[in-house]
Write a protein that binds this ligand. Structure first.
Ligand code: GCW
Length: 682
């Protein structure tokens, strides 16, 4: 049958490079695990299968070391061999989830060591070693020390109990509630394994637009079955908590967080959750936003709401991830400013086990946003990042968008909260303000599609999220390199052009959808395709005209002193830079400024012309991507090649659709011609 992408990046086909193959075969002869806990059994199986496949010859599991070339894996507690290596000092540095990968003499024989303090550390090290071989790295002198920079690396599934997935474009929810708890679909294990391979250690099973029913006994037994299946892979389960659950499933009259009965209900409910899932991670909450209930209903603060739940999970070691995505049509202020205004005054008011979960930008997962001003604004509160992996505003499942450059741009942004070098990454990895509790979330793009993510290349964003959550310093280029080699081939005639295509793909989308800092021009509600003309909806902040503000004079949202003054929410000198028409990076120009059509941009062209060039350039980039892809035909399997080829032709159509719709619409204001040499919009 045709290759369909089910195996993701975990492909262990025999290596093609004969010289390297020979080296690996010499270096690796057997796999030695002395322990036999469930996680170790998984790691051992992965190594035996992986190595046997890659090396094209059986690499057997052995109980004892019998020859040179052994891969010896374990912890000092479960492996006498590992203990004998005297790694205590080095292991001390890697914590609960880290590991060492070493080339070493074990009992006088040259071998490879995977050592960790915990079984899950061994599993992570196992995947690292396999990755090195999949990407044909030299393993003869390994001296790797690796540990995650962020403690909780969590997927957020916006999965409903009826198996639809909000903003999901890859089929239905993986969780087959109907057949749970008795039937454990192999896919759950494959899912957990894929997450473990990139260090993801948590999963929120349910939508933030939450259904209280998941907290009833009927569902909790099912959640327990999933948690049991995931546990050996180091994957912890979390749930969303609907704020009004005490009313909906508890029979109470109120959900007021200061009401003792409500507090008692949550405590009891939470105790019950922990009887099923002793290592339950905690709750994720969306409150007072887009129709969700919350503390506002009772004139309470976000902190009062969060703390009530925090007190309920605290005795069990749980946490609360409380979302900052709070905005309302009743607040007469730029939506950009609302979360900051609401949360900043609450800094220091949250319990220790609460994280505030902040989207990367202040509006909503746009193709490009400047970093959210809350980063750097709440030093006393651990802030966690929420990235969107699913491509709600990025062409959904048919557009090829490699998102590492987007994530990196935000992580590397400097908040200047404690002077130069106070990057967003340092806020969320806890180093800037000395937080122990750290986390990062990615809104999942996974569903029941055979290839998991709809677009073959969307797999790379799941991969990227895990890799960056583990270590945000890894470059976009390196992540793409790993992923392409693991997922497709090591053939450099394929790797080099495809990597380049990936690295340019995000900017291409920004150009044909929302160049120069434009945002939220998507079709109303579904957010698919262009809709810059959207107005007259029940809420102004759900229209497009609210965001682009185009008129006869110009275009863009004035967020400087003469406008909403959202720039004041950033530290200096960021505030000055964003607020200055001269100094603002052009990619954020119309995000912060209302700019005349004849304003001279960096290229020397007037704004209108530059806009037309950007939109057209975006379409050209997609055509370039098509050419690149056509040029690699025959280097990989037909199944996936054809899938991507077809999707690229859809993307080309959509890019044109965007370009034409936006230019023709904005032209009604600019009243200027399309610059000569550019394709006329149709
Ligand atoms: O991006 C918007 C989406 C909603 C989503 C909301 C949120 C889950 O359009 O579908 O709801 O953000 O993040 O809460």
């Amino acid at each position: 049958y045709a290759e369909d992408g089910y195996r993701l990046w975990l492909r262990y086909d025999k290596l093609q490079d004969e010289a390297k193959l020979k080296n690996y075969r010499q270096a690796i002869t057997e796999v030695v695990f002395e322990g036999n806990a469930p996680t170790l059994v998984i790691a051992q199986k992965e190594l035996v299968n992986g190595l046997s496949g890659l090396l094209g010859q059986e690499v057997p599991a052995a109980q004892r070391l019998t020859q040179a070339g052994a891969v010896v894996a374990g912890t000092p507690a479960n492996s006498a061999l590992i203990k004998s290596l005297g790694l205590a000092d080095k292991l001390q540095q890697v914590g609960d989830e880290g590991y060492l990968l070493l080339s070493a003499d074990v009992s006088g024989k040259r071998g490879t060591v995977i050592a960790a303090n915990t079984d899950v550390g061994v599993l992570y090290g196992t995947f690292h070693l396999l990755r090195l071989i999949q990407t044909q790295q030299d393993i003869s002198n390994l001296a790797v020390t690796s540990m995650p920079k962020i403690q909780r690396r969590v997927l957020n599934h916006w999965d409903n109990l009826d198996r639809t997935v909000e903003r999901g474009y890859a089929g239905f929810s993986l969780w087959d509630w109907h057949k749970l708890p008795d039937y454990i679909d192999q896919r759950y294990l494959d899912y957990a394994r894929a997450n473990a391979s990139i260090g993801i250690n948590g999963t929120v099973l349910t939508n933030v637009n939450a259904n209280a029913l998941v907290l009833t006994k009927e569902y909790l037994v099912k959640v327990k079955a999933l948690a049991d299946a995931f546990r050996p892979y180091g994957l912890k389960v979390y749930l969303t908590a609907r704020f009004s659950a005490p009313i909906e499933i508890g029979g109470l009259k109120t959900a007021d967080p200061l009401d003792p009965q409500v507090q008692a209900w949550w405590k009891q409910k939470t105790d019950e959750v922990y009887t099923y899932i002793p290592d339950f991670g905690g709750y994720l909450v969306k409150a007072d936003s887009e129709g969700q209930p919350g503390p506002h209903n009772y004139k309470r603060t976000q902190a009062e709401g969060a703390n009530m739940l925090a007190d309920a999970v605290a005795p069990h070691g749980g946490i609360v991830m409380w979302r900052a995505f709070v905005y309302s049509e009743h607040t007469p202020d730029d939506r950009h400013k609302q979360a900051y205004n609401e949360f900043k005054p609450l800094d220091g008011k949250f319990r220790d086990n609460v994280l505030v979960q902040v989207k990367n930008g202040a509006i909503d997962f746009q193709p490009r946003e400047p970093f959210h001003p809350l980063f750097g604004a709440m030093p006393k509160t651990p802030l966690m990042m929420e990235f969107q992996i699913t491509q709600e505003y990025l062409g959904q499942s048919t557009n090829l968008a490699y998102l590492a450059p987007l994530y990196k741009e935000v992580l590397e942004s400097d908040t200047y909260a404690r002077g130069k070098g106070s990057t967003v990454a340092k806020v969320i990895d806890g180093t800037l303000d000395n937080h122990k509790l750290t986390a990062i979330a990615g809104v999942s793009n996974i569903g029941t599609d055979r290839n998991w993510t709809g677009h073959q290349f969307a797999q790379s964003n799941w991969y990227t999220f895990g890799r960056l959550a583990w270590d945000h310093r890894i470059s976009s280029e390196k992540i793409a390199d790993e992923w392409v080699k693991m997922t497709f081939t090591n053939n450099n005639s394929f790797v080099a052009p495809v990597k380049k295509m990936m690295l340019n793909s995000h900017e291409a989308i920004v150009n044909y959808m929302t160049p120069l800092g434009l945002h939220h021009l998507m079709g109303w509600s579904h957010h698919y395709g262009p809709g810059p003309w959207i107005k007259d909806k029940p809420r102004a902040d759900w229209t497009s005209v609210y965001y682009h503000q185009a008129d006869e004079k110009g275009i863009g949202f004035d967020r400087t002193k003469t406008g909403s003054n959202a720039v004041a929410q950033y530290h200096q000198p960021v505030q000055k830079v964003f607020g200055s028409l001269k100094r603002v990076p052009e990619k954020y120009l119309l995000w912060f400024h209302h700019v005349p059509w004849d304003y001279k941009t960096d290229s020397g062209r007037i704004l209108w012309d530059e806009l037309a060039y950007r939109y057209s350039g975006g379409v050209d980039s997609v055509r370039q991507m098509q050419q690149t892809w056509d040029s690699v035909e025959g280097m990989i399997d037909e199944g996936r090649f054809n899938h991507v080829k077809t999707f690229l032709s859809i993307q080309e159509k959509e890019a044109k659709w965007w370009r034409d719709a936006c230019l023709l619409y904005f032209q009604t204001f600019s009243k200027r011609p399309i610059p000569q040499g550019l394709e006329e919009p149709a």
